[in-house]
Design a protein around this ligand. Sequence first.
Ligand code: AMP
Length: 389
Amino acid sequence: MLNIALFGPPGAGKGTQSESLIKDYNLFYISTGDLLRKEIKEQTKLGKEAQSIIASGGLVSDEIIVQIIEKTITDNPDANGFLFDGFPRTYIQAYILEGLMIKLNTSLNCLISLEVPEEESVRRLLKRGESSGRSDDNEIVIRNRLKEYREKTLPVLKFYKDKGVCFDVDSTKEIPEVKKSIESIIQNELSKRLLNIVLFGYPGSGRGSQGKAIAKKYGLEYIATGPMLGEEIEKDTEIGKHIKALYENGQLVPDEIVVQLIEQKLENSKNVKGFIFKGFPRTLVQSYILDGMLKKHGSSLSKIIEIEVPTLELIRRLDERSKTNDCMPYDTSTAKIVKRLQEHESKTVPVIEKYNELHGVVKIDGIGTFDEVFERISFEIENGFKNLK
Ligand code: AMP
């Protein structure tokens, strides 16, 4: 999720800038001012309570704000992110927002403060008042709104400065220029995010070769538990010997070993754009482990892809591989190949089903040349980067 708050005095241009931001970043727009005006228009109990306060330029109570905002947020848990305009407007509301974000297992990524001198705000609001039809766009009320801003809203900046997520933009500039500055703040924020992919598919579906190529093209770290374990076998470590015996029986390696190796990889990978997991998670338990490890790393899963190949084609490919130098210890007999396919069906297919219910799994047709399949996966990865917004 990408959650942004546009901050600034009345007339700073929050509403204007919001219009393009919600489109460009596919965000759900929450303007507490608009929500309150709607309540007033519908003459709800809440609207009646807020009406006179708004008319005088004061701030409505935090209790009212919680009620209108909580409903909007919890009604839209699947939003790509939220853009807040006019909220948080008090130090208390900053805490309220923290709580609401925790409820959605997310956080506010940045608070962008649009800076304009008071007299410029007054000038703009008086101009807007000529056509806005808003009763609070007149000079006496405007002055009071600015006083409220100075006294009650400005302290919010400290809250976010302390958190290190507050960014200033000079909003006296032309609208496109302000927009550019805001976008560069958001892009910078987005560039810190990781794109984490799980690549599923039956043995022989091409996960390995595709995963490696995708990782190279997009600057992702390729985490394939199979080769990581293979390395241990090659080094003939104690773990390696143990793994070898399990492999030859077509069994899975205990989670403790796999987790240790993956954790090391996550820790040691610097300057990557994300991770692509192949051959992990293979069981429901491992899917919980992966969520936990990513969370510990301050990240989460972005996309789950499954390469689909019909069973007979899988057997043909694996049989062919067994006759080449790429032959794996688990490729050496039909019985082992069948056992691996069965392991996938009984243990990993339920994981894919779970992910499908939770996040949706993108199915890729694995039939065709390497390049054709690569292109299909690349398309999804690029979409993934866009949706990191
Ligand atoms: P706006 O459309 O953001 O300029 O808001 C118009 C008026 O609605 C403000 O002057 C306040 O009276 C009220 N209001 C909007 N948002 C809030 C908020 N977060 N907390 C308190 N009052 C608010």
